[in-house]
Design a protein around this ligand. Structure first.
Ligand code: SF4
Ligand code: SF4
Length: 177
């Protein structure tokens, strides 16, 4: 009796349960065939790499970890308008807006700023839509080699301003350059 299988690829294969011959029952031919396949793969170009020691070359337009930018005076550019969160297809961004106090003018460029800004890196697909939606050029996906650090808990993958805001020294160095 033969069982007809359904093949999504269109290459149907007939499966037979006919009794095996003596030679077939020795499995020698099957073993040699299997070994031949294994040996053939030894000489093929490897498709795997020893990550993280080896890293594949990245494209020019590669998008790495996000950075919340500062302006040339070191002030945070983000005005907590929420457009990045709205445009995010993964719903990875959350934030809380606060009004800037007069004594905070040197910290935040706009009258409103994000007191909390979080990206859930487990959701993010690094599409860059948040960057494109931002009217203040406040968020960029950098060319950082690491996308996300390895962590042990889900909470650690929620990146807050401590991890996202551009370091002040970098903003100063950019101004000087
Ligand atoms: S890169 Fe894409 S998925 Fe990630 S936070 Fe930005 S919009 Fe959302
Ligand atoms: S990063 Fe840009 S788009 Fe997102 S809240 Fe800040 S200013 Fe608005």
């Amino acid at each position: 009796m033969s069982i007809e299988t359904i093949s999504l690829s269109g290459r149907k294969k007939q499966v037979s349960n006919k009794e095996m011959s003596f030679i077939e029952r020795l499995y020698l031919v099957a073993i040699v065939k299997g070994l031949f396949i294994t040996i053939r793969h030894l000489f093929k170009r490897k498709v795997t790499i020893k990550y993280p020691e080896e890293v594949r070359p990245r494209s020019e337009v590669y998008r790495g970890q996000h950075m919340l930018m500062r302006d040339d005076q070191g002030r945070e550019r983000c005005t907590a308008c929420g457009l990045c969160a709205l445009s995010c297809p993964a719903e990875a961004i959350t934030m809380k807006a606060e009004e800037r106090k007069p004594e905070e003018k040197h910290l935040y460029r706009e009258e409103k700023y994000a007191s909390i800004y979080e990206i859930n890196m487990l959701r993010c697909i690094f599409c860059g839509l948040c960057e494109e939606a931002c009217p203040k050029q406040a968020i960029y996906l950098t060319k950082s080699k690491e996308l996300v650090h390895t962590e042990y808990t889900r909470e650690d993958f929620i990146y807050g301003k401590d991890k996202l805001v551009m370091p002040l020294e970098m903003a100063i160095a950019n101004t000087k350059a």
